[in-house]
Design a protein around this ligand. Sequence first.
Ligand SMILES: [Zn+2]
Length: 376
Amino acid sequence: MKFSEVLGNQQAVEQIRRMIDSDRLPHALLLYGDPGVPKLGLAMAAAQYLHCKNHVDGDSCGVCPLCRQHQSFNQVDTHYSFPFTNSKGDSSSPCDADDFMDEWRNFVTRYPVEDYQAWLGFLKNDNAQPQIFVREAESIMRKMTLSAYTAKYKVLIMWLPEKLKEEAANKLLKLIEEPYDDCKFILVSDNEKGILGTILSRCQRIELRRPSTPMVAQYLADRYGMDMQEALALAAPADGNVNMAERLVQTGSEFHEFRERFIELMRLSYQHDLAKLKSWSDVIADMKREKSRRFLAYAVRQVRENFFYNLHNPALNYLTREEEAFSTRFSPFINERNVEAIVAEIERASGDIAGNGNAKIVLFDLAIRTSILIRK
Ligand SMILES: [Zn+2]
């Protein structure tokens, strides 16, 4: 992976590039940030840049033998460590990360932005908690004591050091504290507060921030061949969490259903058709609780989007084409007199459902209140 392929966090890219250019990459570097924020790609790009001998415009060349080895995850001086389950299904003997390299290669190839939930799917062992075990720590120590073979530095990229078992972390401490001159550790964490203090205190840290909505949208558009309007509408609710945005792409059918139900609520409310509003609330109440709450979160967003739509500033709106087709006619009914009241009612309903309120009553009540507010 090249720096130019890293999504967002260009300041951190620049910082790491300068460290490597001046041969001051710390022995232990921690890249951390919220789940769904791309981090692993930057660690890989850093390792590739560190090894590439033909830098081009401040990036690795992508074509020299070392870059090619990196790109196929076959670089002998670059090691990966990550949480896995203790047995690979057949026997109970613990394995090291090398035994999971096929799964790992498939995972990082198919998920340009690392996604822990997706990784669990690759491990195919639903019951066990993935961790970084003692035997893996011992394997890392063996690998890192060998001399670098193809380049000046060996690199270990460890994904999710917060999953290190305490015993395993203790084994690695000395190696991280007093490393061999040719060792570089790059740790990549979703939750730096979960890392043992003894490890954390030995790392130089760089926090990676959520990419902007247009950036995530561009990523979705490129990866799934979507047009930008659709991509922006899906990226907006994910708020910089790329994993969540990708899940929204995959559950697109749910959005279609939610859109229809939202339009129905608004039409029936405007018509003040209480009998049909009763049927509507029964349909939503019959959804599983979490799904009905996702629908209500969708409804909140649509109410706000329709309010903004009146301002005729496309930069403020993240609507799909279908949603927009409805908003062109409907948006005038959401105005400064009712927008916050409607949002508050929907959020209250969602809270009541979460608190085990009777969904049919809560939702019918919401429908009646909406039908009063929509006429204001
Ligand atoms: Zn190269």
